[in-house]
Design a protein around this ligand. Structure first.
Ligand code: ATP
Ligand code: TPS
Ligand code: MG
Length: 328
């Protein structure tokens, strides 16, 4: 028997197929999926945070770089990561999907396995969505709602002179993984795993908010863009020490073999979904000994606002070369 496509079962058959195991935090749900809208509640003393992010076939993934499961996982991870970057806890998620009619139903089922696994792990309710046809590939948009104690959301604009600049994890791994996937190199499985299954840093976002982080941003477009966004929003200069950027051993090794400086993956690659931000020296003491965080620079009062990269004793302007959807 040939495999079923979504046009064989129709829009409502498809919705039925994926509509199970959607709620992982029932305490916040008043009316769940299945009605015209879902109704959720939030506890007293919290603000709500909302953000949205899209995955487009041919732009964010191809059948070579990501499986259906991976697309589902990463759609959730990239959305939840924006909650981490606000110091918030994601609680609810909706998905708008546009699918070509020839897509196999099994693709959609596996994609929703990835979605379910990520929602389950981070305890986020899948509150509903929308399905339409597409004449040019798969497009999936997620919208996430999170909660944060009132008036404590961490902005990009709070960096102050003297603050430490920190980063979590190993930025550059995702771009290294993408390079490996596009060059059919399966050896660097750790990097590939980071590209396919990034982990939104919700715990770090909460810890850093509680510790007093003055600014936060998640690394979706590369350190060079994210840190410049913080400098601009905060009206400060930032100095980054190039040698302290925590590139992983695997990225270093693969970069050496491929003849690529892995720091360019960290600075300009993106999709790491790690956190970058600033915090006072005193507050950094509270978190600096935990594994997975690294001081990489300082907020300065250098005139001429911008970001400077220190290497071998001299400073150069850190220009933004991160991912830009519309750059030629
Ligand atoms: N189409 C749009 N309409 C209104 N506001 C937008 C639109 N696209 C982006 N923005 C806003 O511009 C700001 C920057 O958007 P951007 O997409 O760069 O967010 P990000 O978190 O830096 O990146 P990512 O998309 O990777 O999460 C956000 O506050 C976002 O809400
Ligand atoms: C096949 C393929 N080619 C290139 C890339 C790289 N890429 C695409 S979008 C993006 C930035 C984040 O997106 P957004 O800003 O929309 O959140 C990056 C780094 C990829 N993932 N797959
Ligand atoms: Mg973001």
């Amino acid at each position: 028997m040939t495999e079923k496509t979504i046009s064989d079962i129709g829009e409502f058959g498809l919705i039925k197929l994926i509509s199970h195991d959607l709620i992982y935090r029932p305490e916040f749900v008043k009316i769940g999926p299945g009605d015209d809208g879902a109704v959720y509640s939030i506890p007293d003393g919290f603000d709500q945070v909302i953000s949205t992010d899209t995955m487009v076939e041919g732009i964010h993934f191809t059948s070579v770089t990501m499986s259906a499961y991976d697309v589902g996982w990463k759609l959730c991870a990239s959305n939840f990561s924006d909650m981490a970057a606000m110091g918030a806890d994601p609680i609810g998620f909706v998905i708008s999907a546009a699918f070509p009619e020839k897509l196999y139903t099994s693709w959609v089922e596996r994609c929703y396995e990835g979605i379910r696994d990520c929602c389950k792990e981070y305890r986020v309710n899948l509150l509903g969505g929308d399905m339409t046809g597409s004449v040019s590939g798969i497009i999936m948009t997620g919208t996430v709602v999170g909660i944060v104690p009132k008036d404590t959301a961490v902005r990009r604009s709070g960096a102050r002179r003297g603050d430490v600049v920190f980063v979590t994890g190993h930025p550059g791994d995702s771009a290294g993984g993408l390079y490996a996937l596009l060059h059919e190199n399966k050896e660097y499985s750790g990097l590939i795993e980071k590209h396919k299954h990034p982990r939104p840093q919700i715990e770090w976002g909460t810890l850093l908010r509680e510790a007093g982080a003055s600014s936060l941003n998640d690394i979706s477009d590369g350190i060079s863009r994210e840190v410049n966004e913080i400098a601009e929003a905060s009206g400060v200069s930032i100095k980054i020490d190039k040698s302290s950027i925590p590139v992983s051993a695997e990225a270093l090794e693969y970069g050496r073999k491929a003849g690529i400086d892995p720091l360019s993956w960290a600075l300009d690659g993106g999709e790491d979904y790690e956190l970058i931000g600033t915090i006072s020296k005193e507050d950094f003491e509270k978190v600096k000994n935990r594994p997975g965080i690294k001081e990489i620079g300082v907020v300065t009062d250098k005139p001429g606002k911008g970001v400077f990269l220190k290497q071998e004793g001299h400073l150069e302007l850190l220009e933004v070369h991160g991912y830009d959807h519309f750059e030629k």
